[in-house]
Design a protein. Structure first.
Ligand code: BTN
Length: 332
């Protein structure tokens, strides 16, 4: 069997055995159903085992499925995913420079809307403002979505805020946990950053070619997974919740909620999501410093408007910001 045939047989075998965990599947019936030989079946079992599946062949040659790995394998992401277009095409990597980089390449070569690029680790994960994103192996979610919204480029920053809401809500489904959005696109757990979003677009005047939404979530990072300089500034779902979370299930929940929010966003912009944004926002009614290039402006956040802009009351009156670095203002 060539690698493509082996992958196809492995996928078909997996689809059958995973329906009944712990059940011993008769090998003769299986070879008949899958139109393979016994040897090929053993090869497929070995291939799946290599990928992290727990499968056994018992003394009678029967195949028993025990568990699937918590890895971002396309078959795992697809298993039970209920979206229509988000995450329907998946490019998965063990290690890659940056999923955003690959997503740009795919978008330029015409990848369909909703294409997902996902990796177990990144060697040059990109953050906002030219920073890097720490992406250790097997503990986080590092992914990018290719989108083709027919919206004016000025609406694109709203996609980040929308994604932040979806992430915050997805994390909250796991239990009692203090999750907030820090405008424009950070997600904080107990006030410390646990997820970030890097939205990049290719556009001409007045028209978007495509958008890449990069999402980094610290999921099962323990404190030891962060380098010293990040220890005080970075948290994870595991740290906030006190237990690990299945990453495949997390990405499926995220993709499903993302699709619903994105369809709504394309129709109505952020308007329909405004309450959810305000509900989760960490900055509302707080005094902040906003860094705009070399200038720093201080004021109280009074609103986030329908365009996702931050509305700040300053000594010169109300001011509206579409971007910027925000830090809390501490009166001395
Ligand atoms: C931030 O600075 O807060 C944004 C971080 C975004 C990180 C994610 S990880 C997946 C995707 N690929 C990248 O290189 N960056 C984004």
């Amino acid at each position: 069997m060539n690698p493509i045939e082996l992958d196809a047989l492995s996928d078909a075998l997996l689809a059958r055995v995973r329906r009944k965990k712990g059940h011993p599947f008769n090998p003769d019936r299986m070879t008949r159903n899958l139109k393979s030989t016994r040897e090929q079946l053993v090869e497929a079992v070995n291939r799946l085992t290599q990928l992290g599946y727990s499968l056994k062949i018992d003394g009678k040659g029967r195949i028993i499925f025990r568990s699937a790995p918590d890895s971002f394998l396309p078959a795992e992401i697809a298993n039970g995913l209920k979206t229509v277009f988000v995450g329907r095409r998946v490019e998965a990597y063990r290690s890659i420079q940056s999923t955003n980089l690959i997503a740009h390449r795919l978008a330029m070569s015409g990848a369909p809307e909703g294409t997902l690029v996902i990796a177990e680790s990144q060697t040059r994960g990109r953050g906002r403002m030219g920073r890097s994103w720490h992406s250790p192996h097997g503990v986080g979610l590092y992914c990018s979505l290719v989108l083709n919204p027919r919206i004016p480029p000025t609406m694109a920053p709203g996609i980040s805020l929308m994604t932040a809401v979806v992430l915050a809500e997805t994390i909250k489904e796991y239990g009692k946990i203090d999750v907030k959005i820090k405008w424009p696109n950070d997600v904080l757990i107990k006030g410390i950053k646990a997820a970030g979003i890097l939205t990049e677009l290719s556009a001409e005047i007045g028209r978007i070619n495509y958008v890449v939404v990069g999402v980094g979530v610290n999921i099962n990072h323990g404190r030891g997974d962060f380098p010293r300089e990040l220890k005080k500034q970075a948290s994870s779902i595991r740290i906030g919740l006190g237990k690990k979370v299945n990453r495949v299930e997390f990405v499926q929940r995220f993709l499903t909620a993302f699709e619903t929010a994105y369809v709504l966003f394309k129709k109505n912009g952020l308007a329909a999501m405004r309450e959810r944004i305000l509900l989760h926002s960490s900055l509302l009614k707080t005094t902040v410093n906003l860094k705009m290039g070399r200038k720093t402006i201080t004021g109280t956040v009074v609103d986030i408007d329908d365009m996702g802009h931050l509305v700040v009351e300053t000594k010169n009156g109300l001011q509206i910001f579409s971007a910027g670095e925000v830090t809390s203002h501490h009166n001395r």
